[in-house]
Structures are given as C-alpha cells and as structure tokens.
Design a protein around this ligand. Structure first.
Ligand code: BTN
Length: 223
C-alpha cells in the first residue's frame, strides 16, 4: 500500500521538493511526505500554493510505477475520497460547487524512473485571500467537519486504488465527474463550449470555428 514510509514535517519549504530529494536518493515507491505548513508551496503554472498552518492536507507521494494517466487518476482519487460531491475541472483541479478545494502538481524525472504527485486539499480553511475568495473553498466551508489528518487516510486509500486502476476505468470515472462539460470556457486565445476529454486526456472544445483540442494548459469558466 502506498503511504509508507511516511515523513512528516511541521514546517518545510515544499513537500514536493522534499519528496523529489527523497526520490533522487532512492526512496521507495509509495513514500509519503506530509507537512503542517509550507514556506514555498508550489502550484501549477509557476504559481504559489499557500495555506494556513494545519488547515490542509499538504502531501507528496514518490511514485516509481509511472503512467501518463497519473494526473487524471489522482483527480478522480481525490474526488472519491471526499464525503461530499466533488468534480474535476480539467485537467486536474478538484471542485466543490464550482470552487477549487484541491490542486494537484505532478513533477517527474521519467528518465530516472520516478515522479512526485503533490496534492494540496483545503480542509479547515475558513477564509481565503481576496483574489481567491470567489474561486476557492474548503471541506469546512462545504459543511464537512473533518481534520486534515482524518481525510489523509481516506485520500491515501483512494489513491492506492485509483493509481492502479485500468486507464479505461480512470477515463470513465473522470468523465462522470467532468465539471466543465457543456460549459462555456475561455483560454489564452479562444473560447467555446467544453465537450469532455478525448482518450489521451486532452480537452475538447466546440468553437465557432470548429472543434479544438487542448493538450495542456488552463481554461476558465465564463462566469
Ligand atoms: C495547483 O496549482 O492546483 C497545484 C497545487 C499543488 C499544491 C500541493 S501542496 C503539497 C505539494 N507541495 C507543493 O509545493 N505543491 C503541492
């Protein structure tokens, strides 16, 4: 089972950085790094990831069994571990009622046979900085009374299941939880109606000029 051995930090720079250092030093598949607080938490697209101390699950897993569907499987696993209805916003944000409750950052060195799966899940956070206030949520704000340590166990069990699931099963589960399907979305140089993902995980969007396939990046809901 993944999640063992576990290294817990009261304070660290970034659990992804700690897990990458452990992976480079030969840590086993499934090694888990957690923290109460990060001083340099990182998100996708070069953004920071911040969270008040002990308010969140801040975790990174060392993985040595690599698979291109890892980010999709991880998003499904997070949804499945939560005691409330959660959906995936392409590619792998987790939303509750159209607000982000969790983010996923996969960093890897496939040439060295490892990847690090980092997950930040807002658990007891009850307020967010002004710029996130209408886009972020936490389990507490969604009415769930649980501690970060309490949800971590469910999350690790769910990851243990979903990271080994066949890719057809992962794709089907992801599609059932697609938060964008049928929604108008925009990205850096276009907009249209999201129409699910193809079998490689790319986002399909119907635009006035035809169907566009987005392999990577980020889209936003037209609210
Ligand atoms: C995103 O931008 O949505 C991804 C956020 C990932 C944040 C987590 S918190 C634990 C791990 N350590 C990091 O520095 N980042 C990830």
């Amino acid at each position: 089972m993944i999640g063992s051995p576990r290294v817990h930090h009261r304070l660290t720079d970034s659990t992804n950085e700690r897990a990458k250092a452990l992976a480079a030093a030969g840590a086993l598949h499934g090694t888990l790094v957690t923290a109460d607080e990060q001083t340099a938490g990182r998100g996708r697209q070069g953004r920071d990831w911040t969270a008040p101390p002990r308010s969140s699950v801040l975790m990174s897993l060392v993985l040595r069994e690599l698979d291109e569907f890892l980010p999709l499987a991880a998003a499904v696993a997070v949804c499945d571990a939560l005691p409330v209805e959660a959906r995936v916003k392409w590619p792998n944000d987790v939303w509750i009622e159209r607000r982000k409750v969790a983010g996923i950052l996969v960093e890897g060195r496939p040439q060295d046979g490892w990847a690090v799966l980092g997950i930040g899940l807002n658990v007891t956070t009850d307020s967010f900085p002004a710029e996130l206030a209408d886009r972020a949520t936490s389990l507490r704000l969604a009415g769930v009374d649980v501690s970060p340590e309490g949800v971590l166990g469910d999350l690790v069990r769910s990851l243990d299941h979903w990271l080994c699931a066949p890719f057809e099963t992962v794709l089907a589960a992801w599609r059932r939880r697609d938060a964008l399907k049928g929604e108008r979305v925009r990205w850096s140089d276009g907009e249209g109606i999201a129409d699910g993902i193809d079998d490689s995980g790319a986002l399909l969007v119907e635009t006035g000029d035809g169907r566009v396939t987005l392999e990577a990046g980020e889209v936003h809901l037209r609210r």
